[in-house]
Design a protein around this ligand. Sequence first.
Ligand SMILES: NC(=O)c1ccc[n+]([C@@H]2O[C@H](COP(=O)([O-])OP(=O)(O)OC[C@H]3O[C@@H](n4cnc5c(N)ncnc54)[C@H](OP(=O)(O)O)[C@@H]3O)[C@@H](O)[C@H]2O)c1
Length: 403
Amino acid sequence: MDLLILLMLCCLAYFLIQIIRFIKADADLTLLWAERFGHSPESKFRGSVVWVTGASSGIGEALCYQLAKLGAQLVLSSRREDELLRVKKKCIETSNLTDKDILVLPLDLTNISAHKAATDKVVEYFGRIDILVNNSGRSQRSLCVDTDLDVFRGLMELNYFGTISLTKHVLPHMIKKKKGKIVTISSVTGFIGVPLSTGYAASKHAVQGFFNSLRIELGCYPGITVSNICPGPVQSKIVENAFTETNQPFGTTADQTYKMPAERCARLILVTAANDLNESWISGQPYLIICYFWQYAPTWAWWITGKIGQKRIENFKNGLIGLGRMSVGVNGHMSFGIRQVHREQKMVRSGPPEKPTGGPDRMQILPIFQKRLPNRRLRTKTVLLFLASSLSLQRAGRCCVNE
Ligand SMILES: NC(=O)c1ccc[n+]([C@@H]2O[C@H](COP(=O)([O-])OP(=O)(O)OC[C@H]3O[C@@H](n4cnc5c(N)ncnc54)[C@H](OP(=O)(O)O)[C@@H]3O)[C@@H](O)[C@H]2O)c1
């Protein structure tokens, strides 16, 4: 009997630890496990040739600085050569790399006809490509109904066709060597629906589908791995550069304090690559829990994202950038605050403006949860079901830490 009680206490302690880990997590639990017990990036990337697209800003820039410190040789690509040279200079200043270890290779990813020459140049310069980081990309902030078809095309051209075209040129070199890593920066919108980002989400869903299928095709080359990275909000120029209803960039810098620093995101990307994880979710709460819901309890996920999404659309129509943000109210209820940033150029949105949402615009999740599920047993069952699945350290069949 004592043994049984001890066993139950151990199980309870295990669940409590996992719940605390989950609340504090800034990435999925598989990735955090790999960060603690798996291969470290320090042991993996010295001397590797890494081609980073979108190296001039944000996540790509942060990745370059960390890779340089780890001793990787770099190819920096994006459209703005002056920015790439700035990044190269800083890489050299902060690492042991020298001028010849970093190749600046300006490239517009949408100019697909230039991809072969660019790939040949890298192979000629370094003799190989060990890791391709597909990072270049643009987001979107506009309602589908108001958005030109050209915007959807532009998003697919860059985020999808540009990415897969470059991969197709690099892949034969990896296959020849039977070795390589293809790391693609997708997004949580690669598997979750997000309003105001229909075209962006579609392009990232396409990217996920492509690379998940490619991974299976490459099964006969175990030395070549494919990792999809799905970040949530990260500090960068992504919102500023996002497409709007037309091809114009959004142009407004939102408050970024609630987002994950690009440096932390870059570190977790390198852990993913070092451990050859198939997919990783990089985000704090509440986005992380939504990812888990989306994976394990989609019906709940649709309901939650529907609620949050309406708030986001409402704010957007009122000329605000609505960014869902979790906070804990005085009553302890988890709620989503909406961070408000006035857009510089207020645009005509379809439909009448909604009630202004400044001030008390919090959507309290717990009361809604209680109202919708008045039956306490059903509520408990739902929570237990979610916890049981999300607390399993491995996302069955999708991720594994390679030993
Ligand atoms: N930040 C986030 O919250 C977040 C969340 C999820 C996923 N992501 C993904 O992370 C990746 C990096 O974004 P970021 O957040 O670092 O944004 P960012 O600061 O705007 O950086 C985007 C990078 O892409 C490059 N780029 C844009 N258009 C290009 C083109 N036509 N050809 C080649 N390069 C191009 C830009 O360089 P040039 O302007 O010099 O060309 C820049 O270096 C993107 O794929 C994005 O979708 C970001």
